[in-house]
Design a protein around this ligand. Structure first.
Ligand SMILES: Nc1ncnc2c1ncn2[C@@H]1O[C@H](COP(=O)(O)OP(=O)(O)OP(=O)(O)O)[C@@H](O)[C@H]1O
Ligand SMILES: O=c1[nH]c(=O)c2[nH+]cn([C@@H]3O[C@H](COP(=O)(O)O)[C@@H](O)[C@H]3O)c2[nH]1
Ligand SMILES: NC(=O)CC[C@H](N)C(=O)O
Ligand SMILES: [Mg+2]
Length: 538
């Protein structure tokens, strides 16, 4: 995959993913140092690695043992390639073990496993070494998560730090530019982990910190201009959310009026969403948008469907049907069929929908098909332009700020394309579930705004439960629905913690909901983080 986001060759850090739950964190940490990094499947071909022209390669951790059958590994010829190109390689955890084993050392199942916080001690240092900025004897707290252990190093390697249990914690062969950390420097529990990563990238590898959102914007505009022919027309799926708005604004800068935006009311939107979104586009963003009401199309296809992945696939396919119809109508107007579809797909959508094969975390497990990635039909005719495909949400917001998109707009909570369908477990069309959910959600979100805590929360919403419970309202017995409230904090949606409301707030909201929404007599609070849950209920 040649990334749509380009970067200067000399500064690209490529991460080969072996399935650690922390792989995406390495990418984020490195980008936070203003260095471009991206991550591909650790078993990718040599060709896909070389064409990315990396300056530094990081081998991630992973759940496998290097001895296991089918343990994932870099491709044949990888070692020769990195040595010839003088590329620095850092193995983290499984990555360290892989380097040791493949270069002629020995990895064994450790006598004692090391999980969680541990002390390590630096026992060698050198300017061009991992702990060149530390004193010998320095101790630091790190985060370990491994059962295997390097017991014999390949020739030319030395141990530069050990754990307090005596296990190898860091190794290097400076001459051949191979380095390894048995712990996870990317995790905040590794107190000096960032310091070590910084030293490795800047002092050892000579990378410079020159990746910034201004460059990304400029490069993305160039890429779009190069992709789209001078006469071509492009359509953009605009949802009123942050991602598609930033994507549309960017593409608009590249091709101007040949961009045609379409907003689909799929019948799964929130309270007054259609009116609100259309008004914002006109007044604040000045982007011309066509609104298509496809409520009937979506809801009729979802009728009676209860399986979550099936619901997502139906929605993904229906979106594309509507875009095709829009493209067809546009052809009549502008005389040329649009060939491209712009979507505001983000990096996490891709990671969660398309797990890298061979990675244990996601080994053949699609967590859920995001409607705009895994939910797309195979035979779609429009080609995709996804300028944000390699960015995380906070990076997209930064890009939006550069393009002067109003901050209040950029800080909107995300809202998934499949909308309320993933907040009503089971059949979306049963009873008046959509109507009830809209009212409950509106009360909850408005209360959050009134309390001045909207910006502290990554995402908040209500969930309709297809469960009826007994209540007593106005001295009468009721048999009505329960609803759940969910609010989470997060940096990128990949992991999340539930938000701690104060009790008075919850008490007020619960009272308001039961008093004003007919058909609800019980309010629950979702207190699960991600993992083990996901943010949405389906
Ligand atoms: N109702 C809709 N009409 C048209 N396109 C949509 C709609 N909902 C989603 N999409 C498309 O699917 C993409 C992914 O949706 P997603 O919700 O992840 O992004 P977003 O809506 O742009 O931003 P946010 O995450 O802030 O809601 C959008 O960027 C957009 O291209
Ligand atoms: O556009 C989208 N299409 C989808 O199919 C989709 N599924 C989840 N989400 C959003 O992604 C983030 C992570 O959600 P989960 O923890 O539920 O996977 C949260 O912000 C979700 O709202 C989606 N966005
Ligand atoms: N976190 C990891 O990378 C673990 C590597 C290997 N599975 C071990 O247990 O040693
Ligand atoms: Mg959205």
């Amino acid at each position: 995959m040649e990334p749509q986001t380009q970067s200067k060759k000399s500064n690209r850090v490529l991460i080969l993913d072996y399935g650690s739950q922390y792989t995406h964190l390495i990418t984020r940490r490195i980008r936070s140092l203003s260095v471009f990094s991206l991550c591909i499947n650790g078993t990718s071909s040599l060709n896909s690695i070389t064409e990315l022209n990396p300056h530094v390669i990081i081998l991630s951790g992973g759940p496998h043992s290097v001895h296991a059958d089918g343990a994932p590994c870099f491709p044949y010829g990888f070692i020769e390639y990195v040595e010839k190109e003088r590329i620095h390689v850092l193995g983290i955890c499984y990555g360290l073990q892989l380097l040791v084993q493949k270069l002629g050392g020995v990895v064994k199942i450790g006598e004692k496993h090391e999980y969680g916080r541990m002390d390590i001690e630096v026992n060698k240092n050198n300017d061009k070494g991992l702990f060149g900025n530390k004193e010998i004897g320095d101790k630091q707290i790190v985060w370990m998560s491994h059962g295997d252990e390097a017991v014999k190093l390949p020739q030319g390697f030395e141990v530069v730090a050990r754990s307090n249990q005596g296990a190898v914690a860091a190794i290097e062969n400076r001459e051949r530019r191979f380095y390894g950390l048995q712990y996870h420097p990317e995790v905040t529990h590794s107190v000096e982990g960032m310091d070590t990563l910084r030293h490795f990238l800047f002092d050892i590898c000579g990378v410079t910190a020159d990746w910034n959102m201004e460059d990304v914007l400029e490069e993305e505009i160039k890429v779009v201009k190069a992709m789209v022919g001078p006469e071509d027309h492009v359509i953009c799926a605009l949802s009123g959310g942050v991602d598609s708005t930033v994507a549309a604004t960017l593409v608009h800068k590249a091709i101007g009026d040949r961009l045609h935006c379409v907003f689909v009311d799929n019948g799964l939107l929130r309270y007054k969403e259609q009116e609100r979104v259309m008004a914002t586009f006109e007044s604040d963003l000045h982007l011309p948008v066509t609104c298509i009401d496809a409520t009937e199309e979506f809801l009729s296809k979802l009728k009676g469907v209860t399986e979550p992945e099936m619901k997502r696939k139906i929605i993904g396919k229906e979106f594309i049907n509507i875009f095709d119809i829009f493209a067809h109508d546009l052809e009549k107007k502008v005389g040329k069929k649009p060939t491209y579809l712009v979507q505001g797909t983000l990096y996490p959508d891709v990671i969660e929908s398309c797990p890298p094969p061979g990675s244990g975390r996601t080994h053949s497990h699609t967590i859920k098909s995001h409607h705009n990635v895994g939910g797309l039909p195979k035979d779609m005719k429009l080609k995709l332009i996804e300028p944000l495909k390699l960015l995380f949400k906070d990076e997209v917001r930064a890009l939006g700020r550069i393009m002067n998109i109003p901050v209040a707009f950029l800080n909107r909570h995300p809202f998934p394309g499949p909308g309320l369908a993933v907040r009503i477990p089971g059949d979306v069309t049963a009873g008046n579930s959509l109507d009830i959910l809209r009212q409950v959600d509106e009360i909850f979100i408005q209360s959050i705004k009134d309390a001045g805590i909207y910006d502290e929360i990554w995402q908040a919403f209500a969930v309709f439960l297809p469960v009826k419970t007994v209540g007593v309202q106005g001295d009468q017995r009721t048999h009505s629905h329960a609803v759940a409230l969910r609010a989470v904090t997060s940096q990128d949606g990949m992991t999340a913690d539930w938000y701690y409301f104060d009790f008075k707030f919850l008490d007020d909201v619960s009272r308001k909901i039961c008093n004003s929404v007919r058909g609800v007599n019980r309010v629950l609070l979702d207190i699960t983080s991600k993992p083990p849950s996901t943010i949405e209920w389906e």
